[in-house]
Design a binder for this molecule. Sequence first.
Ligand SMILES: [Zn+2]
Length: 109
Amino acid sequence: MAMHDLDRSFFQEGFRLMARCPLCQTRYQPSAAKVIAEKEDAYLLHVPCVKCKSAVVALIFANMFGVNSVGILTDLASDEVLAKERQPVTADDVLALHEAIADGSFTII
Ligand SMILES: [Zn+2]
């Protein structure tokens, strides 16, 4: 209901921020994105580029400053990302990635 609408707008706002492939500038298709993990204020996504077949693992998150997104180029397909994790990705994993990005451990597109 109302909560669903809120989640949806948050997701779309975040996706809009990382709308293009960093390699070939092709627009990402939201329908191609797969949610790897989610919690109330963050989504971890695998987003393939339909043109150059690259992909990013992207984190969309909300904080007091609004919605942000960061992406990491990956060679893995979404099922490989999932396969690498023997156990389901948890909210703690998303938080750890969020913190690693804040540390500068990851390259931000
Ligand atoms: Zn591309």
